[in-house]
Structures are given as structure tokens and as C-alpha cells.
Design a protein around this ligand. Structure first.
Ligand SMILES: [Zn+2]
Length: 451
């Protein structure tokens, strides 16, 4: 203990003397420092009056006794009015709130420019409004952005990090680009490196916009704003989840597991989590009977039969008249992406298994309070049916298996804690696994006057 204290005071004196009068005691990484909250920031650098590699992390919200995560956001200059590129403050608020609920203090640093409310860029923001650095993090517009610079005609996530993330920032910041579109995987919502620090959001060209109202569909302008905010928030949380070690099935790549109650699951990434006990089957039925065009189960009539009660209670006749069943939109989901009750979350792993050989349909998604789900679509709730219920997963679906939930929150991988204090925190880790989101089928919702 004495040795550590002596070391600290030596460092402090050294840095105070060359810091031009700043009152901050600066620290750099050293293996002798303790990090009781396991966030990769030494406890001594989470105390008032200190800095870490010149960054006042305490002033920026870091504290001892809580994991702190810092994310450097590089907003690409939108160059157009595509709302998919205009990072919404409300989207960041939602992600931060969800981490906060789980005891993790998440600090986005968007810098001085590039944060929006609607189409309006917000100005004069301070620490509490995602401007920690006080400088611009904006990167130039490029119609396309990719992972690692395979094409000279557009920018890449990795090259942007090398160019824009300073050495000091590499000590503690994750790196997120709010980008444009992908070229090879055009329509994909993002890219992330698993167990790493880099992730990319590509929501441009997806038909997101601050439209409305649409009285016919019962949508107000606020509903359209919710749609942009919820899509951004959910995608940011999903991509960041990959950097924190989560796959599309939690601890495995198997996707579309209905009982994996997480936005890492494609069943829920852009439509949010279903409400347990209230039409909790809606995302599943939609995916299975409408979206999954290659599925042997795709039968539009089945979808309409299953949804008919739902329509009667939630939609206008006009809606049914204007849209064929084949082009139905997931507008009627409970807590859908247009609503302010939209629910995005990582899973807590509390769901039971779904054994596809002997599914008890009465147990639904296997969450506490679950209602029945008609897994095989025969309009009966049976005690034992066999069905491949994550059939939309064309990559890792092993057929009729046992599907399990996963405790995401209890198993997050914190990159900076994984790098031993005192060792170099390298700029890139190109051995990390890359996860590129599958191209999603975005559907624009018509607003007033467009139909
Ligand atoms: Zn993903």
C-alpha cells in the first residue's frame, strides 16, 4: 500500500509540474492501480480533481463503484436530409437510460456537432448533452461506408478510427460511427466487431423521416418521430451489444429464437420486444407467415386468420382496405416502433427453454406471465407439437432443436477491463470477429398525401 501511495504522489507531482497550472492530477495506466468496478479505469482516475491521459473523466461522469463506459461518436456529415443519418438525442437518451437501469453508466461523446432533434441540429451542448470533448467529431460525408477500407472509393470504420480517435482517447473510448449506407451489404443496419470497441450504424436509405401525420393509419407526427428514434436507439444498442460480446442468440449465433427476449435477436431488433401476456405472439406470427418468404410456413391466409382478432381491436377498416395482407406492416404490434411504449432491452436470461420437438404452446415465450402461442399455426393451443420455430435463421438454424434464452446483462464483455492495466491498449484488433447485419427489409410507412 505504501509503495502505491508513493508512486501516485510521484506521478502527480510530475504531471502537475508540466501541466501548465492545471489543478487536475493526471494518471496514466499502471498495473499497480486497483479497478474495483472493473471498467478498465483505475479508481484513482475516477475521483474529483483527477484526469486520465489528460481527460477529466470524473467531470464527465465517471465514478468509483460503478462501471463507466465511454463511447466516442463520430457522426458522418449527413449531406442530405436522410433522418437515418441524423443522430437523435432522444435515441441516445433511451440507450443511456437502459444501461443506467442496469447499473452501468454509459457516456456518449458526440462532440460539438452532429446531434439532432428532428431535422434541427442542437447547439451549445455541454457535458450533460453528449458533448464531452467540446470539439467536432464530424467525419466527411461518403455515400458508402464499409468495415476496413477494402475499397478506395469510400471510407471505412477502421480507417476512421485510426484517423479520428486520438491516442489518449484510445485508452478508454469505444468508437461508433453514425454512418451512411453500406455498399456490399446495402440495406444492412450496421457492423460491429465482437468483443471489441468498434461499431458502425448504417441506417441511411431506410426510409426514415419525420413525416406525418397519417390520419388514416392513426399516426401523428409524434409517431413518426418515435419511429426514427426507436430505430436508431435499437440499432445502436444492438450493434454495441456485439462489441460487448453478444451474438444474435446471446451466447450463440442461432437467430430468431422467440424465447431469447433481447434486441440482439432479429425477431425483436427493429420491432422491439413483444409485451409478455398481451399478444406476445405478434412478432413471431409476422416473421413466420409474412416476412419469411422462403419459409414453407409462409401462408398469408394463416397470418390473416391469426391476426383477425387483433385487427378488429386495433385498426381501422381503411387500413385493411388499403393494404393487402402480403404488404402488411408491423404497425399493429403491441408497443410497436411508432409508439412511446416501445421496449428495447438485452435479455435477463429468465426465459425457459423451447424444446422444438415437444413444444407446449400453452407456455408461450416461456417468460413469467406468458400467454399461449400457436407455434405451428393450426389455430389450436396444443400441449405438445413439433415445429422449427426459428426457421427464418438461414445461417445457424440447426433444424428442430432446443432453443434457450441467455442472460445478456450478466455476461457483458467490457473491452477495456479485458486489457490489463499497464499494457498497451492497441488501436485496432483485426482478429476480432466481424458481424455484419443481414440486409433487412425496411418498409416505409406512408404519410399524409403519399397514397
Ligand atoms: Zn447483429
Amino acid at each position: 500500500m505504501k509503495r502505491i501511495l508513493l508512486l501516485i504522489s510521484a506521478v502527480a507531482v510530475l504531471l502537475l509540474s508540466c501541466d501548465g497550472g492545471s489543478s487536475y492530477i493526471n494518471y496514466t495506466n499502471d498495473s499497480s492501480y486497483t479497478d474495483a468496478d472493473n471498467d478498465g479505469i483505475p479508481d484513482v482516475a475516477e475521483i474529483s480533481g483527477t484526469s486520465f491521459y489528460g481527460m477529466p473523466l470524473y467531470d464527465w461522469g465517471a465514478r468509483t463503484g460503478q462501471p463507466d463506459i465511454f463511447v466516442h461518436v463520430a457522426p458522418m456529415n449527413p449531406a442530405t436530409t436522410d433522418a437515418g443519418m441524423m443522430l437523435q438525442k432522444k435515441a441516445l437518451d433511451k440507450v443511456v437510460a437502459k444501461f443506467d437501469e442496469n447499473g452501468i453508466s454509459l457516456h456518449f461523446d458526440v462532440g460539438k456537432y452532429g446531434l439532432y432533434e428532428g431535422y434541427n441540429e442542437l447547439s451549445n451542448r455541454g457535458y450533460s448533452d453528449y458533448n464531452l470533448s467540446g470539439t467536432s467529431h464530424v467525419v466527411p460525408y461518403s455515400q458508402y461506408i464499409d468495415i476496413s477500407g477494402t475499397s478506395s472509393s469510400f471510407v471505412s470504420l477502421t480507417n476512421l478510427m485510426s484517423e479520428y480517435l486520438s491516442y489518449n482517447r484510445t485508452q478508454i473510448f469505444y468508437f461508433m460511427v453514425m454512418g451512411s449506407e453500406q455498399y456490399t451489404y446495402n440495406g444492412s443496419s450496421g457492423i460491429a466487431y465482437l468483443n471489441d470497441r468498434r461499431f458502425l450504424i448504417t441506417l441511411a436509405g431506410g426510409g426514415l423521416g419525420f413525416f406525418g401525420p397519417n390520419p388514416t393509419l392513426g399516426l401523428t407526427s409524434d409517431n413518426f418521430e418515435n419511429y426514427v428514434v426507436n430505430n436508431q436507439a435499437s440499432t445502436i444498442m444492438h450493434e454495441f451489444g456485439h462489441t460487448l460480446g453478444l451474438r444474435h442468440g446471446g451466447d450463440e449465433s442461432q437467430n430468431y429464437k422467440p424465447n431469447y427476449y433481447s434486441i440482439m435477436n432479429y425477431l425483436y431488433q427493429l420491432n422491439g420486444l413483444p409485451r409478455i401476456g398481451t399478444n406476445e405472439w405478434d412478432r413471431y406470427y409476422y416473421e413466420r407467415y409474412i416476412e419469411s418468404a422462403s419459409s414453407p410456413y409462409q401462408v398469408s391466409n394463416l397470418w390473416s386468420d391469426l391476426m383477425v382478432d387483433f385487427y378488429d381491436s386495433y385498426t381501422t377498416d381503411q387500413y385493411e382496405t388499403d393494404y393487402s395482407y402480403a404488404s402488411l406492416l408491423p404497425l399493429d404490434f403491441k408497443d410497436n416502433a411508432f409508439s412511446d411504449t416501445y421496449n428495447m432491452d438485452y435479455s435477463y436470461g429468465e426465459g425457459g427453454d423451447l424444446v422444438e420437438t415437444t413444444l407446449n404452446e400453452n407456455l408461450g415465450l416461456r417468460q413469467s406471465g406468458s400467454n399461449p402461442v400457436d407455434w405451428d399455426g393450426d389455430s389450436l393451443f396444443e400441449a405438445s407439437v413439433s415445429a422449427d420455430i426459428n426457421v427464418s435463421d438461414t445461417e445457424d438454424n440447426a433444424g428442430v432443436t432446443t432453443l434457450h434464452d441467455h442472460n445478456d446483462w450478466g455476461n457483458l464483455f467490457l473491452y477495456f477491463n479485458s486489457v490489463s492495466a499497464g499494457t498497451a491498449r492497441t488501436q485496432n484488433n483485426d482478429e476480432a470477429e466481424i458481424i455484419i447485419e443481414k440486409i433487412r427489409d425496411y418498409k416505409a410507412i406512408p404519410f399524409e398525401g403519399s397514397f
